[in-house]
Design a protein around this ligand. Structure first.
Ligand SMILES: *[C@@H]1O[C@H](CO)[C@@H](O)[C@H](O)[C@H]1NC(C)=O
Ligand SMILES: *[C@@H]1O[C@H](CO)[C@@H](O)[C@H](O)[C@H]1NC(C)=O
Ligand SMILES: *[C@@H]1O[C@H](CO)[C@@H](O)[C@H](O)[C@H]1NC(C)=O
Ligand SMILES: *[C@@H]1O[C@H](CO)[C@@H](O)[C@H](O)[C@H]1NC(C)=O
Ligand SMILES: *[C@@H]1O[C@H](CO)[C@@H](O)[C@H](O)[C@H]1NC(C)=O
Length: 485
């Protein structure tokens, strides 16, 4: 997701209720882990969470070697990511792609190393919001990365691909069967999918029924879910009852038109946020995931695509630094909270057990300190300027809509905002001042069901890559030696 956003054309749609009533098992579900948070869980916590919850694959948005190496020997498959910002350089020089593969891929591939099958080159690079800025560089970057992978002899095992937003295709008035790539990028998309076909690589697409609903006032709400409550959409002899199938079949039609009907499809992101929008809540997220896991446990493909599809959920944890340009919900996609606590019951194996997922273990927090508002007879302007500062630089996205925090009194909202900023600043004393309107307390400031969180205590290694640390150490040792002499 956005890392930008989407507007899937839900326009026409839908599904033949392939009523396979059998409870099969969901095979190997994957999940995205984005790290745009002020403090992120340690990769060790993440590995444990995935194992405890039977999640077998993880998709990353970059390839920080220190993070990636924690997945070595865990049996968890890792999809590496290359941020859009590197596309131009990778497209420009083959040597850059070779260097990327050498430093970020081959080092992990050895006995007991990391299980890597895919490299995601860019992330939704053709979003209309990017004004075509990645249009010339994405395909050459993909080409160079796959060539470099082939050159080190890993081409049979590791495939480069490009996670695309579902807005790269749309359906005509006919419905899914009329699907084709967007006219402004059709030529490039055709080259890309033919390249994927020739390399036995999959097409990766991010699909968000939530956004279909949230962005289209007349979208039939039940069509975003899987309970069959929506007015079905007819496309020829096929009946669609949910937007996911309709969307996937639009892609299938587009691939066929490009002569690539047999390219395998992976859904790179799918999920539902719990806050920050009229349609974002724990209840609706649970409804979505319950229906989704049931669907994929019983029905492998779609009316037009009979193979089973690999899915990566979005996402693992909330990210309080994500851009909220698309909406406040951007910071609330986690099935787990920032500290790895499950938000709702969900069965990743699609067996309807209605169990809470297993929480992260051994999570380290900063001290039990909170920053709260103390009134000093300040003016309304003074107060609102400080509140604005806290919200702009911190995170107030839980103060609206139906979140428990939206019910706080005005003065508790100010405390909430001050505390979020204070925690995001690692409880730095100076970040709890606000012109004398704030103070640090050691009594839990939580109000009712609105949690006033304590930030994670993160290893300093998180922000400084292991290589950098090693270099610094060597330089220091050399300096010491020189001084001795
Ligand atoms: C994970 O799978 C194992 C074996 O299938 C099962 O016993 C266990 O209950 C599962 N755990 C969760 C959290 O679903
Ligand atoms: C390896 O990946 C990291 C993280 O995504 C990136 O910053 C770095 O530039 C990459 N290395 C090369 C040589 O491209
Ligand atoms: C795209 O164009 C719009 C309007 O011209 C501009 O506001 C926006 O910043 C541009 N976005 C990018 C990523 O260049
Ligand atoms: C709380 O704040 C809102 C919006 O800032 C304002 O409209 C309302 O009057 C305030 N309520 C109280 C009790 O001060
Ligand atoms: C503060 O209180 C809330 C509500 O009782 C609780 O969930 C939370 O764990 C407490 N925080 C700490 C750091 O003790």
């Amino acid at each position: 997701m956005v890392r930008a956003m989407t507007k899937p054309s839900w326009a026409v749609t839908v599904i033949m209720a392939v009523a396979v009533a059998q409870l099969a098992c969901v095979e190997g579900i994957g999940i995205n882990w984005g790290n745009q948070a002020s403090q992120n869980l340690h990769p060790r916590n993440i590995v444990q969470m995935l194992k405890d919850n039977n999640i077998t694959k993880i998709k990353l948005f970059d390839s920080d070697a220190w993070v990636v190496k924690h997945f070595a020997g865990t049996g968890i498959e890792v999809m590496l990511g290359i941020p859009n910002l590197h596309l131009a350089s990778l497209a420009d020089r083959y040597s850059h792609a070779k260097a990327w593969v050498k430093t970020n891929l081959t080092r992990h591939i050895h006995q007991g190393g990391v299980d890597i099958k895919y490299v995601a080159v860019g992330n939704e690079p053709f979003l209309t919001a990017y004004n075509g800025s990645n249009l010339q560089t994405t395909f050459p970057a993909l080409w160079n990365i796959q060539k470099a992978i082939n050159e080190v002899g890993l081409g049979n095992k590791i495939k480069a691909t490009i996670p695309q937003n579902a807005d790269v295709y749309d359906s005509g008035t006919k419905g899914p069967s009329g699907g084709d790539f967007r006219a402004d990028i059709r030529a490039t998309m055709k080259q890309i999918v033919q390249f994927l076909r020739d390399n036995n690589a999959p097409f990766v697409v991010n699909i968000y029924p939530f956004l279909s609903l949230s962005l289209n006032p007349d979208f039939p709400i039940e069509f975003a879910f899987f309970s069959g409550g929506a007015q079905p959409v007819q496309d020829g002899s096929i009946t669609y009852t949910n937007v996911l199938d309709a969307n996937l079949d639009t892609l299938v039609s587009a691939l066929k038109k490009a002569g690539c009907g047999n390219v395998p499809i992976i859904v790179g992101e799918i999920g539902w946020p719990t806050d920050g929008d009229k349609y974002a809540s724990v209840d609706l997220a649970k409804k979505f995931y319950d229906g989704f896991f049931n669907k994929i446990a019983t029905t492998k493909g779609t009316p037009l695509y009979k193979n089973s599809i690999e899915y990566y959920l979005f996402g693992l944890t909330d990210e309080n630094l994500k851009s909220i340009a698309p909406g406040d919900f951007e910071r609330h996609w986690g099935i787990f909270t920032y500290d790895g606590q499950p938000k709702f019951a969900v069965d990743f194996l699609g067996q309807n057990t209605n169990k809470m997922p297993v929480a992260a273990k051994n999570v380290k927090y900063l001290e039990k300190k909170w920053c709260v508002y103390v009134s000093k007879g300040e003016t309304v302007n003074e107060l609102s300027a400080n509140m604005d500062y806290a919200c702009t630089n911190g995170d107030c996205t839980a103060l609206k809509y139906s979140s428990p925090c939206s019910k706080l009194s005005n003065s508790s909202k100010v405390s909430y905002a001050f505390n979020m900023f204070f925690q995001m600043m690692y409880q730095d004393v100076e970040s709890c001042d606000f012109g004398g309107l704030a103070k640090i307390v050691t009594k839990n400031a939580t109000v009712g069901n609105c949690l006033f969180p304590i930030a994670l205590d993160i290893d300093w290694a998180w922000s400084v890559a292991a290589d950098v640390r090693f270099t610094v150490l060597v330089v220091l040792l050399v300096l010491l030696l020189l001084l001795e002499l």
